[in-house]
Ligand binder design. Sequence first.
Ligand code: NAD
Length: 332
Amino acid sequence: MKVLMYGTHPYEKPYAEKWAQQTQTELKMIDEPLNDETVDLAKGFDAITVLQTASMGSTAVYEKLASFGIKQISCRMVGVDMVDLDAAKANHLIVTNVASYSPRAIAEMGVAQAMYLLRRIGIFDARMNQNHDFSWNETLISNEIYNCTVGLIGAGHIGTATAQIYKALGARVLVNDIAYDPALEPFAEYVDRETIFKEADIISLHTPLLPSTRGMIGEKELKKMKKTAYLINMARGALIDTTALIKALKDGEIAGAGLDTLADETTFFGQTNVAEKDVPADYKELAAMPNVVITPHVAFFTQTAARNMVQIASNDAITIANGGRSRNEIRY
Ligand code: NAD
């Protein structure tokens, strides 16, 4: 079995090499993404995997893959927006993704940001580094996590992993989800969203971005939250109305925010040397606040997640090339 790995990132290489050795697969890793210019490199291979956000090119790419005898496109990522699913279907190419590679990775980043805010690390850092102020006073006193009520909106893979960590730390955990999962009962109490706004000291968002969830935290919701509460968003930036969040932080409606995603992040997250003029004003305003912590959509970026993305996609690639089926197939 010969597999071609398009768009290989340096951090993936050790895991890909190990997988190839364990499965006795002939694996070739290349840096280039799959597109019209690179599709011919797949000739002679039985299967391919990809990791890219850029489009995979014209329908000729899919026709060529099929003509080379390839039966699948296995994506080493969640999103498949770069795949022309109609062209894949027309050419009998099964598309797979890795929907859940390490919920724990994202959960841990959310908890880390909450702890940073709760212990006011950013505020102490700013006082010390900007003003050489090494004092403290009653306004900076912290709460301990086991005295906190945590409210999670969205309790799927990542919300559940988050609930487990907070529960293990001794917090009271409330969840709100449109679906009920009895497996969560040992860790959390299902409540309505109003209860979360009213009672939670930490509110953590873990829903997908859908028409029903876009802007679900706006001016009204922020006003319902405790003035001492922290808002954590590890899901998608557009779940929050950013303008309303900035206003709420300035007015002291909430105590702080931890964000791994921003509504306009695609214009600058993941890029180096972004020109001053291209850094969005809302980011600058948020980043200047010591009670806000922002990371550039890297909550997923752990060794476990990288290994799982490579292994799961590569296993799917050879399973389908051998005539089998995968539970990770995109149904369309
Ligand atoms: P999931 O599908 O397992 O869980 C999502 C949950 O949200 C489900 O239980 C669903 O019922 C619930 N939900 C949907 N609409 C809702 C609503 N209106 N109110 C309450 N609950 C609702 O997804 P997941 O794997 O846990 O991922 C959650 C989100 O995290 C993803 O959609 C993605 O946006 C984000 N994510 C972020 C990163 C990162 O690096 N920051 C990485 C992966 C995923």
